[in-house]
Design a protein around this ligand. Structure first.
Ligand SMILES: Nc1ncnc2c1ncn2[C@@H]1O[C@H](COP(=O)(O)OP(=O)(O)OP(=O)(O)O)[C@@H](O)[C@H]1O
Ligand SMILES: [Mg+2]
Length: 264
């Protein structure tokens, strides 16, 4: 298989090396991130867990190439990122669907922007929507869907152009607990079927551990990597893992790390 095909299949590796990010506002410099180093191997799922304001969204925007780090570098498949990285799908906390466009057309937007074959994209969009239980809502407008359904459509939109990296910034933060658990299961299944490299940002310890191959725990601002956990339960995950004592041990351990860092 050629390297390009291999990357399409498994996603790209993400390497963050000594990354620091300063913001200057009204003459005052704020260090959002300080010396962050981490690796997300191609096709794996990485959760980034950290308190509010520790620089998680900043880190995500550095991986998307929308911002450039003040120090250090981001490498995708070994190449230093310069400028915007287009082969990426992004999901935010609130769904940013266009209210005047149908669900299917919202999902197709990235494929249109990238000028992909629209017939093929439509097929992929339909399949993705069917896969998350939205097959009957292709022609509905976002206002006719629940919050959870809209967020599912947002995930389909992020995946339709087959990006090699999926960035998710607290995608389930606005959902109720039951919907959230269902979405975690759906995302884990979709990801396991068509593994791309995922960077998943959350405040929720159990959510972070449930889906991920590794969890990165960050300190309060300036954000640094406090610890890193390999989560080696088999993928896709079964809901019962939450009752596994090893799962609870990891969750307790992370809670302890946050307590020691003064977060909890
Ligand atoms: N464009 C900017 N200009 C100035 N300061 C910024 C900018 N973007 C982020 N910051 C600051 O950098 C720090 C980290 O912000 P960031 O949004 O990355 O945190 P976060 O971990 O995503 O927080 P939350 O969990 O609340 O979303 C904050 O102190 C924030 O005020
Ligand atoms: Mg944020």
């Amino acid at each position: 298989m050629s390297q390009d095909m291999e990357t399409k299949k498994r996603g790209a590796s993400v390497a963050i090396r000594g990354v620091g990010m300063d913001f200057t506002r009204r003459g005052e410099t704020i260090t959002a991130l300080d010396d962050v180093t981490l690796d997300i191997p191609a096709g794996t799922f990485c959760s980034i867990l950290g308190p509010s304001g520790c620089g998680k969204s900043t880190l995500m925007s550095l991986v998307s190439g929308l911002d450039t780090p003040t120090r250090g570098e981001v490498r995708l498949d070994g190449k230093t990122l310069q400028g915007a990285f287009h082969d990426v799908g992004i999901v935010f906390q609130s769904d940013v669907l266009l209210p005047w466009v149908t669900v299917l057309d919202n999902v197709l937007l990235p494929a249109k922007v990238k000028k992909q074959d629209i017939g093929k994209a439509r097929e992929r969009g339909r399949k993705l929507l069917e896969n998350v239980g939205l097959g009957g809502f292709l022609d509905h407008y976002p206002g006719e869907l629940s919050g959870g359904m809209r967020q599912r459509a947002s995930i389909c939109r992020a995946l339709v152009a087959e990006p090699s990296v999926l960035l998710m910034d607290e995608p389930f933060g606005a959902l109720d607990a039951l919907t959230r658990e269902k979405m975690q299961r759906d995302l884990n299944r979709i990801w396991a079927e068509d593994a791309k490299t995922v960077m998943f940002i959350t405040h929720d310890i159990e959510e972070a551990v449930t889906m991920a191959d590794q969890v990165i725990v960050m300190s309060p601002r300036p954000g640094k990597v406090l610890t890193r956990y390999e989560i080696d339960f088999p993928q896709p995950r079964r809901p019962e893992i939450r009752r596994d004592p090893r799962f609870q041990d990891i969750v307790d351990d992370i809670r302890h790390v946050f307590q020691t860092a003064g977060v909890l």
